[in-house]
Design a protein around this ligand. Structure first.
Ligand SMILES: NC(=O)C1=CN([C@@H]2O[C@H](COP(=O)(O)OP(=O)(O)OC[C@H]3O[C@@H](n4cnc5c(N)ncnc54)[C@H](O)[C@@H]3O)[C@@H](O)[C@H]2O)C=CC1
Ligand SMILES: O=c1[nH]c(=O)c2[nH+]cn([C@@H]3O[C@H](COP(=O)(O)O)[C@@H](O)[C@H]3O)c2[nH]1
Ligand SMILES: [K+]
Length: 518
C-alpha cells in the first residue's frame, strides 16, 4: 500500500508539529556507560541562541573564596610559569601558579616579582658595570639577541644608572676590550620610577630612543620600557580588569609538595604574599595531602588550598572532606604525561572532569580541569562538563612569557616544554620529591620536548576567550554557571563521536591548507 505523505493538521489546518523524541544524551546518562571519554570523543548539541557572544559571562570561581574574570590558569611547571607568566595570566583576568622545581627562596622571590610586575615594563633588564668590556655586549648579542644595555654602578637593577650603550656606540669600536664607561651615552632620557604606562610611553615616544629607563629621585634604576615591547603591547587586544588581591597587587598562586620540608617553603610563599597554593601530586588522594591540607588550614587559615590531582568521585569526596578549597583534576591527560602508560592509572579527561565536578559542584568546591587542553573547543568542553577553570601547560608553553629562550630547529621557532616528572625536570630539582636519595630508582612519568612559538599570552588568551564565548553562545548557555545548571538539568545534550565523526569534524580532503587560529 502506498505511504501517505500528507502531514496531520491541527484545527486551523496547519501541519501539526511532530513530537521530537529525546535527542542525544544527558551527561548523566552518557557517562554511565563504562567508557573513559576524553574531550575529542565528545561533541555537544547546539542549543538555542538568545544572547550575543559579548554577553557571555566567563567569570568563575578558582577556589571556594577566589573569583576570576577569566577561567584560565597556568600550570606550575618549570617551562610554563615563572614571574612573567604569572603576571600575564593575572593581567588577562586569570592566574598563574609558580612551579616549585627550585629552592624555596627562589620560588618566593618569583611570587614577589610576579605580584608587582607591570605590563610592558621590564623589571629585570640586563645591566653591566662601567668597567665591563664591549665584548660582554657581543656575548649578549650572540646568546640573547640584544645589543643595548644599561650601565649601572654595580651592574644590577636597583643601583645608580650611569649610562646607556646601544649598537650605535659600539659598532665601529675595533678594540672589544674597551670599557663601557668610554663609549656609553651619559645623557640619558628617563622617567620617574613608578610612572604609569601612559606617562612612560609618552616620554619614550617623544624621546625617539629605543630604551626608557625608570629611575628613582636619587637615580637608581627600577624598571625599563623598551620601544619594541611597547609596540607589540599596543597590538594586543584590551586585557580588561586584571586579577588583583586584597593587597592591590596581582593574584599569584604557587605549588608546594607534601613533605615536611614544604612547611618552610609554604611560610616563605606566604611571606611573599602568595594568594593560593596547590598541593602538587599526580595522585592526590593520599595521607600526605590530607596531612598537608590540615597543616595549611591550621597555620594559615586564610589561605585557600587546591588539592589533587584526582580523577574519580571518591578521590574528590575524600579531598573535599579533608578541607580542599578546589580540586585539580586530571591524571595522564597532559600532553607530556606518560603516567597512564607507566602506572596504568588515570582517566579520560572528559569523564574525569564530569565525575569529579558532580561531587565538587554539589559541595561548593570548584574543579580545575588540568591537562589535555589543545584548543578553545576543549576549554568549552571542560567548562560545560562542570569545571570552573582550565589549567594549561602546553597551550601556554612557547609563549613570550613562558620561561626559557626561543631556539630555531628545522626552520621553526621553538621553546622547550617538559613534564615535571620527566627525567630532565627531576634532575633539575624534583629529585628531593622523587627520592633524591641516589640509591633509589628513578622512573620517568613524563617527557621533555619543545613547542612552537605562540606570541604573547596577552594576545593568545583574549582570542581564545572570544572563541570560548562563541562556543557558549552556540550551546545556548550565557555563563559558566548556566552551563553547570544545564548540565545537571540534563538540558545540555551530548554524544560520543565515532572515529570517522572525529575525522569529519576536523579539516579533511584538502591537498594543502594553512591553519591559523586568529
Ligand atoms: N597530572 C598528572 O597526570 C601527573 C602530574 N605529574 C606532575 O609531576 C610532578 C610530580 O608528581 P608526583 O610524583 O605525584 O609528586 P609527589 O611529590 O607528590 O610524589 C612523589 C613521591 O613521593 C611520595 N610522597 C609525597 N609526600 C610524601 C611524604 N610526606 N612522605 C613520604 N612520601 C611522600 C609520593 O607518594 C610519591 O611516591 C608534579 O608536578 C605533578 O603535577 C606527574 C605525573 C602525572
Ligand atoms: O604524567 C605527567 N607527567 C609529567 O611529567 C607531568 N608534568 C606535568 N604534568 C601534568 O600535565 C599538565 C599539563 O598538561 P598539558 O600540557 O596537556 O596542558 C600539568 O598541569 C600536570 O598536571 C604531568 N603529567
Ligand atoms: K598523555
Amino acid at each position: 500500500m502506498a505511504k501517505n505523505h500528507r502531514a496531520a493538521t491541527d484545527v486551523n489546518g496547519r501541519p501539526e508539529l511532530p513530537i521530537v523524541e529525546d535527542d542525544g544524551f544527558s551527561a548523566e546518562m552518557l557517562f554511565r556507560q563504562g567508557y573513559s571519554y576524553t574531550y575529542d570523543d565528545l561533541i555537544f548539541h547546539p542549543g538555542f541562541i538568545n544572547f550575543a557572544t559579548d554577553a557571555v559571562d566567563l567569570s568563575t570561581h578558582l577556589t571556594r573564596n577566589i573569583q576570576l574574570r577569566t577561567p584560565c590558569v597556568s600550570s606550575p611547571m618549570d617551562t610554563v610559569t615563572e614571574a612573567a607568566m604569572a603576571a600575564a595570566m593575572a593581567t588577562v583576568g586569570g592566574i598563574g601558579f609558580i612551579h616549585y622545581n627550585n629552592q624555596p627562596q627562589v620560588q618566593a622571590a618569583l611570587v614577589k616579582k610576579a605580584k608587582s610586575q607591570r605590563v610592558a615594563f621590564m623589571p629585570d633588564p640586563v645591566c653591566l658595570r662601567p668597567s665591563d668590556p664591549i665584548s660582554h655586549i657581543d656575548l649578549l648579542k650572540e646568546t640573547r639577541g640584544f645589543s643595548s644595555v644599561l650601565v649601572t654602578e654595580d651592574g644590577k637593577v636597583g643601583s645608580k644608572l650611569l649610562g646607556v650603550v646601544t649598537s650605535r656606540d659600539t659598532d665601529f669600536v675595533v678594540d672589544r676590550s674597551t670599557e663601557l664607561c668610554e663609549v656609553m651615552s651619559r645623557d640619558i632620557i628617563s622617567a620617574p620610577a613608578g610612572a604609569s604606562l601612559e606617562e612612560a610611553s609618552r616620554v619614550l615616544i617623544e624621546s625617539k630612543k629605543s630604551l626608557l629607563p625608570l629611575v628613582t629621585d636619587t637615580g637608581e634604576l627600577t624598571e625599563l620600557l623598551c620601544r619594541t615591547d611597547l609596540k607589540s603591547h599596543r597590538q594586543n587586544p584590551d586585557s580588561g580588569f586584571p586579577s588583583l588581591g586584597a593587597d592591590g597587587k596581582f593574584l599569584v598562586g604557587a605549588a608546594v609538595g607534601t613533605r615536611e620540608s614544604d612547611q618552610i617553603r609554604l611560610q616563605l610563599l606566604v611571606d611573599a604574599g602568595v594568594n593560593v597554593v596547590i598541593l602538587d601530586s599526580s595522585q592526590g588522594d593520599s595521607i600526605y595531602q590530607r596531612k598537608m591540607i590540615e597543616y595549611v588550614k591550621k597555620v594559615h587559615p586564610e589561605l585557600d588550598v587546591i588539592a589533587g590531582n584526582v580523577v574519580t568521585a571518591y578521590q574528590a569526596r575524600n579531598l573535599i572532606e579533608a578541607g580542599a578549597d578546589a580540586l585539580r583534576v586530571g591524571m595522564g591527560s597532559g600532553s607530556i604525561c606518560t603516567t597512564q602508560e607507566v602506572c596504568a592509572v588515570g582517566r579520560g579527561q572528559g569523564t574525569a572532569v564530569y565525575k569529579t565536578a558532580a561531587v565538587g559542584n554539589a559541595m561548593g568546591v570548584p574543579i580545575i580541569a588540568d591537562g589535555g587542553i589543545a584548543n578553545s573547543g576543549h576549554v568549552v568542553k571542560a567548562l560545560s562538563l562542570g569545571a570552573s577553570t582550565v589549567m594549561m601547560g602546553s597551550f601556554l608553553a612557547g609563549t613570550d612569557e613562558a620561561p626559557g629562550e626561543f631556539f630555531i630547529q628545522d626552520g621553526l621557532r621553538l621553546k622547550k616544554y617538559r613534564g615535571m616528572g620527566s627525567l630532565e625536570a627531576m634532575a633539575k630539582g624534583s629529585d628531593a620529591r622523587y627520592l633524591g636519595d641516589k640509591s633509589r630508582l628513578k622512573i620517568a612519568q613524563g617527557v621533555s620536548g619543545s613547542v612552537a612559538a605562540k606570541g604573547s599570552v596577552l594576545r593568545l588568551i583574549p582570542y581564545t576567550l572570544h572563541a570560548v564565548k562563541q562556543g557558549f553562545q552556540d550551546l545556548g548557555t550565557p555563563s559558566i554557571s548556566a552551563a553547570h545548571d544545564a548540565l545537571v538539568a540534563g538540558s545540555i545534550r551530548l554524544e560520543v563521536r565515532t572515529g570517522a565523526a572525529q575525522k569529519e569534524g576536523g579539516v579533511h580532503d584538502l591537498v594543502s591548507y594553512e591553519k591559523r587560529r586568529f
